[in-house]
Design a protein around this ligand. Structure first.
Ligand code: NAD
Length: 353
C-alpha cells in the first residue's frame, strides 16, 4: 500500500523515540512491499521556539493530509513558566481536537520477563492484559477555565453523545477480546459521572447485552488495578481519570517507556504516540526506551492501515528482544547490560528480518 505519515518528533526524548518508530516503519515498508512517505513537522516547544506557537498551521495541514500521525512527546522545563502565553501541551490538545480523535486506546501488556522491573509482585501480574479506553476530547481538560487573584475554576462537562461513542468503542473492543467492560466514574460525587453511569448502563443493556459490565468508582479502581489487575479486560473512563489510571497501570508493565497508545476518531486516520512524556531528565542521552513508540507503530499499522500481519510482526519483534534479555536502562536489572535507544531499535528491527 501507499501511505503518507506525518511524524511529529516534539521535545525532549520525543525526537529520539520518533526516529526509532520511523526506522521500524521504513523496514516494514521495505520487507512487505509498501510505500510509506514521511512528512516531519513541528509541534510543542520546538514549534514555539521556531515560530512562536505550539501547533503551526503547516503541521495541522500535513496531519489532515496524512493517513496516520506518529508523535514523540511534547513539553519540558524550558516552556513550563505558568505565566507563559503559550505552552507545548496546547499543541497536543489542539491536535487531538482538530483531528477529532476522541478515543484513546492504551493497552497494558506485561511481558513475563519484565515482572522484576515492576514494583508489583510477579504472581499478581500473571495474565495481565488490559486496554484502557480513555475519552480524549471532552471533560475538565477542555472545559471553560477561569482565574482571579484568589480563586480558579475548571469546568468539567460531558454530553450524552460523547459518552455513548466512547462506551461503544470500549464495548466493540471487548467483544473481540474477553467480553468484559469496566466503566470507571465518580458517580457518588460528580454530576458528570452520574450522567456517565446512566448513559453507560442504558447503552450497554440495549446494544451489548452479551458484554459483562462492571462499574467502579475511580478511587476504588485505582486500588483494584494494583490488587487484581488480571481481572480487567477493557476499562473505559473519562479524560482525566484515564490520564491518571494509565500512568498507574504503566507500573504493571515495569516502565512508562514500554506502553503505546492510539487516538482514534470516526475515520481511519489516527494519532499514535507512546504514553510517556518528554522525559527531560534523560533527553539527549540516547538512553530512552523506544518500545512504547515502536508498539505505537504496531497500533498504527493495525488501526490506520489495516495491516494486521505487519502489526503482529512488530509486536512479536518487541516480545522477542525482551525475551532475549535486551534492556534499556529503565527496565534493566541491577547486574545486566543496558542498550542505548538506537541499539534497542536495531535489535527490534533485526527481528523483523
Ligand atoms: P515523563 O513521562 O516525561 O517522565 C516520567 C519518568 O519516566 C521520568 O523519570 C522519565 O525519565 C521516565 N521515562 C519516560 N519515558 C521514558 C522512556 N521512553 N524511557 C525511559 N524512561 C522514560 O513525565 P514527566 O516527567 O511528568 O513530564 C515531562 C514533560 O513531558 C512535561 O513537560 C510534561 O508536560 C510532558 N508530557 C508530555 C506528554 C505527551 O507529550 N504526550 C505526556 C506526559 C507528559
Amino acid at each position: 500500500m501507499e501511505a503518507l505519515i506525518t511524524v511529529l518528533p516534539g521535545d525532549g526524548i520525543g525526537p529520539e523515540v520518533a526516529a526509532a518508530g520511523r526506522a521500524v516503519l521504513e523496514r516494514i515498508a521495505e520487507r512487505h512491499g509498501h510505500r510509506f512517505k514521511f512528512s516531519e513537522q513541528l509541534i510543542g516547544g520546538a514549534a514555539i521556539d521556531a515560530i512562536g506557537e505550539p501547533l503551526p498551521d503547516g503541521t495541522v495541514a500535513s496531519c489532515k493530509d496524512s493517513n496516520a500521525v506518529l508523535l514523540g512527546a511534547v513539553g519540558g522545563p524550558k516552556w513550563s513558566d505558568p505565566n507563559a502565553p503559550v505552552r507545548p501541551e496546547q499543541g497536543l490538545l489542539g491536535l487531538r481536537s482538530v483531528l477529532g480523535v476522541f478515543a484513546n486506546l492504551r493497552p497494558v501488556t506485561v511481558y513475563p520477563e519484565l515482572a522484576a522491573a515492576s514494583p508489583i509482585r510477579a504472581e499478581i501480574l500473571e495474565g495481565v492484559d488490559i486496554v484502557v479506553v480513555r475519552e480524549l476530547t471532552g471533560g475538565i481538560y477542555f472545559g471553560e477555565k477561569s482565574r482571579d487573584e484568589f480563586s480558579a475554576s475548571d469546568i468539567c462537562k460531558y454530553h450524552t453523545h460523547e459518552i455513548e461513542r466512547i462506551v461503544r468503542v470500549a464495548a466493540q473492543l471487548a467483544s473481540g477480546r474477553r467480553g468484559k467492560v469496566c466503566s470507571v466514574d465518580k458517580a457518588n460525587v460528580l454530576e458528570t459521572s452520574r450522567l456517565w453511569r446512566e448513559v453507560t448502563d442504558r447503552l450497554m443493556a440495549a446494544e451489548f447485552p452479551g458484554i459483562e459490565l462492571e462499574t467502579l468508582l475511580v478511587d476504588a479502581a485505582a486500588m483494584h488495578l494494583l490488587s487484581r489487575p488480571a481481572d480487567f479486560d477493557v476499562m473505559v473512563t473519562e479524560n482525566m481519570f484515564g490520564d491518571i489510571l494509565t500512568d498507574e497501570a504503566s507500573m504493571l508493565a515495569g516502565s512508562l517507556g514500554m506502553l503505546p497508545s492510539a487516538s482514534l476518531g470516526e475515520t481511519r486516520r489516527g494519532l499514535f504516540e507512546p504514553i510517556h512524556g518528554s522525559a527531560p531528565d534523560i533527553a539527549g542521552k540516547g538512553i530512552a526506551n523506544p518500545c512504547g513508540t515502536i508498539a505505537s507503530v504496531a497500533m498504527l499499522l493495525r488501526h490506520s492501515f489495516g495491516l494486521a500481519e505487519e502489526a503482529d510482526a512488530v509486536e512479536q519483534a518487541i516480545a522477542r528482544v525482551i525475551a532475549d534479555g535486551c534492556r534499556t536502562a529503565d527496565i534493566a536489572t541491577a547486574d545486566g547490560q543496558t542498550l542505548s535507544t538506537s541499539e534497542m531499535t536495531a535489535a527490534i528491527i533485526g527481528k523483523l528480518g
